[in-house]
Design a protein around this ligand. Structure first.
Ligand SMILES: Cc1cc2nc3c(=O)[nH]c(=O)nc-3n(C[C@H](O)[C@H](O)[C@H](O)COP(=O)(O)OP(=O)(O)OC[C@H]3O[C@@H](n4cnc5c(N)ncnc54)[C@H](O)[C@@H]3O)c2cc1C
Length: 457
């Protein structure tokens, strides 16, 4: 018989959003399920700090005013509380170029460790390493549980809940190239679409040109000073960037032409390899190795040994996602969502430095709302009769490569149509394939470039 766990509050995801939710829930029978990876570990947690009115204007302007303004207001309302929560948890913060950043050499890894330890200390906080594979619905088609495959035993367990917080991150893992974790792969969002949960702006993604894919280094996103110390060339050593982008990179002033820059790298990457060639002095390189946040990855190399580094553009952030209200509640009253899996706050594009804050703030808001609801709900969780298993996960490398070509930084109707037709021709689609098909259709329907969505005629 399948083992069963019952909980008042289930959290799927152990990144910034899931941990913030877990630490703010009062219930003494919380279950947090997570896979091994999370974008919150890859991230340096650089948080933008600005006066609220200024930030409000910037968010709406960047988002093309298609943002959910109630979410923007809720975000700004709790902005300071998210920082207070981090400080209360014992996380040391220092000033950064845009606001605040945890003061550790690996901020994401260290911050997550501290928050996880807090959860361990919490009475009734239980965390499970495993992967959610299906939703379980009752005879009224309400989602009342999930099937989890445990990592240690390989066993499938049914987890039934009164409330669930979906904090499963973005869609990067659906693509061949991502700056984040392959575990944030749209699996839970795909299950949500199977049950008709409302979503929005799913066709809006952020991309980044500078993922290191050179086998001598860890696969990671680089930024800042190192970009000014390189020239960018193709396999035959030809520089391929427009003078405007090359200049902006040299002077570290590329943020205003970010989409154009990403497009130029992407188009080159479709033709062949992309390299960054080091053009700095030996002294600069040695100083960089000691002082810069990315210096450590070059530690064992002399400059002449890393003359050329292979780079590739990659998926960076999901702007759209599950539709939520200001308390993180979705279109189903017992399902909440927070963090990168949700949409609405950023509209059509996101300002850098707000994603971690978004995850912390809406994780917290969802938890507080559930705390209130649990005061008046019957805690007895029954195992439903006539239970149905929903969804089937899985995605091949071939489809991930096609997704990258069709849904990458510069979309064309031809590639989108190819992806759609390829998926249509399959006998049966996994939940993630259905999600990709839906996104391809949304991209086909959107004719003009807007915000982070770029289409070539
Ligand atoms: C390289 C990089 C740098 C970044 N830098 C910044 C920055 O400086 N500032 C900023 O604000 N933002 C930054 N971001 C963005 C930000 O880090 C993310 O948006 C944020 O961490 C998302 O948090 P989350 O909790 O929503 O999702 P995640 O941290 O991705 O967590 C998702 C969780 O869900 C789990 N999960 C997924 N599917 C399943 C499943 N089926 N079953 C069980 N568990 C599942 C995963 O294992 C994981 O635990 C960066 C992102 C990257 C990749």
């Amino acid at each position: 018989m399948t083992k069963t766990i019952k909980t008042s509050a289930l959290i799927i995801g152990g990144g910034g959003a899931g941990l913030s939710a877990a630490l703010n829930l009062n219930s003494e029978d919380i279950v947090l399920i997570e896979r091994g990876g999370s974008n919150s570990v890859f991230s340096p947690w650089n948080m933008m700090i600005r006066p609220k009115e200024e930030l409000r204007e910037k968010i709406l302007q960047m988002g093309g005013n298609i943002n959910d303004s109630a979410l923007v207001d809720a975000f700004l309302w709790d902005y300071d509380k998210a920082i207070e929560d981090l400080q209360k948890a014992g996380i040391k913060l220092r000033e950064s170029n845009i606001g605040l950043i945890p003061d550790y050499s690996l901020p994401g890894t260290e911050t997550k460790k501290i928050l996880r330890n807090k959860l361990k200390e919490k009475k009734g906080g239980r965390s499970i390493k495993g992967s959610v594979e299906n939703f379980l619905t009752d005879k009224k088609d309400e989602v009342v549980g999930v099937v989890v495959r445990l990592f240690d035993s390989g066993q499938a367990v049914n987890v039934f809940f009164r409330y669930a917080i979906l904090a499963s991150g973005g869609l990067g893992g659906l693509f061949k190239f991502t700056t984040g974790s392959r575990d944030s792969d749209g699996s839970v969002l795909a299950l949500c679409r199977e049950i008709g949960l409302k979503t929005r702006d799913l066709e809006f993604f952020m991309f980044h040109p500078f993922l290191v894919v050179d086998k001598r280094f860890p696969r990671l996103l680089i930024s800042g000073d190192i970009l000014t110390a390189m020239e960018y060339e193709d396999e035959s050593g030809e520089q391929f960037l427009s003078a405007e982008v090359a200049d902006a990179l040299r002077n570290n002033k590329h943020h205003h032409i970010f989409p154009q820059m990403t497009e130029e790298f992407y188009l080159q990457s479709l033709k062949g390899k992309v390299y960054g060639r080091m053009v700095c002095s030996d002294d600069w390189f040695e100083r960089f190795k000691k002082e810069n946040e990315f210096g450590s990855i070059f530690q064992k190399f002399k400059k002449e040994e890393v003359e050329k580094i292979e780079l590739h553009p990659a998926f960076h952030f999901s702007i759209g996602g599950i539709t939520i209200n200001e308390n993180g509640q979705t279109s189903r009253s017992n399902l909440y969502a927070a963090g990168e899996v949700t949409g609405g706050l950023h509209g059509s594009n996101r300002i850098g430095g707000l994603a971690i804050l978004e995850a912390l703030i809406f994780g917290r808001r969802a938890a507080l709302d559930i705390n209130e609801k649990l005061k008046t709900t019957n805690r007895d969780i029954k195992t439903p009769v006539n239970m149905k298993k929903v969804g089937r996960l899985g995605l091949s490398r071939e489809v991930k490569a096609m997704a990258w070509e069709a849904l990458g930084p510069l979309k064309t109707d031809k590639k989108l149509q190819e992806l759609k037709e390829f998926l249509q021709s399959k006998k049966s689609l996994t939940s993630q394939e259905k999600l990709l098909k839906e996104i391809a259709e949304l991209c086909l329907a959107r004719k003009e470039s807007i915000g982070a969505f770029r289409k070539s005629k």
